[in-house]
Design a protein around this ligand. Sequence first.
Ligand code: PRX
Length: 661
Amino acid sequence: MLFYKIGSDNKICHPLLLLLAYQENLFITEVYIMNKIQSFDDYLSQYEQSKANLVKYWESIASNLEWFKKWDSAHSGDFTTTSVTWFDGAETNLSYNCLDRHLETRGEKTALIYVHNDPKKAPEHISYIQLHQRVSQFANMLKNHGVEKGDRVCFYMGMTPELMIGVLACARIGAVHSVVFGGFSAKALADRINDCEAKVLITNDWGLRGDKLIPLKNVADEALESCPSISSVIVQKSAPENVMMKDGRDYWFETENQKASTDCPAETQQSEDPLFILYTSGSTGKPKGLLHTTGGYMTYAYHTFRNVFQVEENDVYWCTADIGWITGHTYITYGPLLNGATTVMFEGVPTWPDAGRFWQIVDQLKVTHFYTAPTAIRALEAKGLDYVTPYSLESLKVLGSVGEPINEEAWEWYHKNIGKEKCPIVDTWWQTETGGIMISPLAGITETKPCYATYPLPGIFPVLMDAEGKEIVQPKAEGNLCIKHPWPGIARTIYADHNRYKETYFSTYPGYYFTGDGAKREESGMIRITGRVDDVINVSGHRIGTAEVEDAINTHEHVVESAVIGYNHPIKGQGIFAFIIPTSMDSIQENFHQELNTVVTKMIGSIAKPEKIKVVSGLPKTRSGKIMRRILRKVAEGDLANLGDTSTLLNPEIVEELIKD
Ligand code: PRX
């Protein structure tokens, strides 16, 4: 039998709709359309429904979106097989869902407000109709440069509207976007382009950040010396200064775009067709290219945005991230546009022309929802209230935090001085791998508590594991955070390396997805994320693998070996501390630290520079030759009284030297 049920009250819908569904060949026995969560009771009820029938729950969420053809199988796979699908056999298009779907009802509504780095330039308001047109034109330009469905397109740009437009253009024609943060070095960019064999690179001549000009095209040129897969480079102009353009390879965006038509119907995509690759650091090896696919990611971005932020039709939502990171993918671009919201994109930095820039923009645009990282909050707090009090901030309704644990002091400052004690703070825990928010308060619905990400979203089943690798059943506990069942937004693989995907996420606790984070759980079920338990450092909300930094440092001619660890940093959350064994003590010059910074900046980017270094003659090692990082962590934090047992070290005598000033 075929019948549609709408809402949590399960009312059977109009017979005409049934007929329509029948004609459309939708042979589905039941489809619930799950409403936006309205209250905490509603949250609990949806959570229970998701527990009772997880697949049906996700089907009901997906049914809010536009599918050209319904799925044959809503879900397959688990964390044992590690091959997961959602809505398999369905056809859709993400750019269609973000843009075309809204044209009739919200065509004139502002989709994107673009705020220039230069505060004297007026913000640009781009409607859904205009965004649709610009995305279509960009998509045709990509096609003119030979981009076809499945091809990889790399973006190495400043925060210009074309970055968002280009990403949506890829989604429109089924090309796979891979955005590389504009702060990465030529080597890091080349590694990422080569790993996914991108065909086209989109970049800017310069990136504008505060009073700095970032030489994006120069860095790209250096990278391209070793990137044979790139056939065209499209350069969008941002500054009057000249850059080198290579004949037959480099093209100005402005000229190429004008040649393209604005008519580009959305390609039909299979639900499991690749959507994007985004590189992120892990505890070992080179950065991993996490691959997200179309239908599941779309459903998850849509669902999490609307429930966590509770944005209403006339609200103005601003996420301050860069599109080079997952937060910019899901919560500047896809999540807001899937929900027909107005999203703000900012080119500049929070401290230029002064530390009041964020708050000036909030007042100017009447921003209602503001989502940023704890590092930015701490940095602005340190500048003092003189930069806050000139602004009313009265438009704000909801505040958000993402990317790293937020400390209580920063939480209170944000709550009191920015939210005026009336705006709920959603402390959203998630990862590049998860595609969207997993554990978070729902704005205005969940009672918040400083430092707590609170409860999982419906459809998400987090568990804590003990030292023996067993699930901890008692409510109040601390352990390693795993997730029990696949959700639609999970990355499906590491590009071209599924074995690494299996090994990284599913081998520590077989049958579970291991997040790499530790967490505490209260009796009530409330969760507090305590930070990474692996060799990943979180500097200003940016994930950096210790191995990557060590590899970079070790390329210095006077370095024999190094060990990099994270230590508590008052603004950045964590800073990088490098212990270094030199070829000889005599080889160390006064500017050694500076030289190491240069090497790291060249190999990775300036975000990975070690804040502190210590030159030593040896590193504490276990008898099997592994560096005992626990001891280095204590040394870096000055916690010398708690070094623990050092007698099992291969070289216990080294501890004396490590703790010497
Ligand atoms: O350690 C957690 C931390 O950031 C890691 C994920 O980093 P990335 O993939 O770059 O994604 C950042 C944006 C989602 C996590 O493993 N993290 C993220 N959000 C929080 C957090 N730690 C504590 N609280 C959070 N709200």
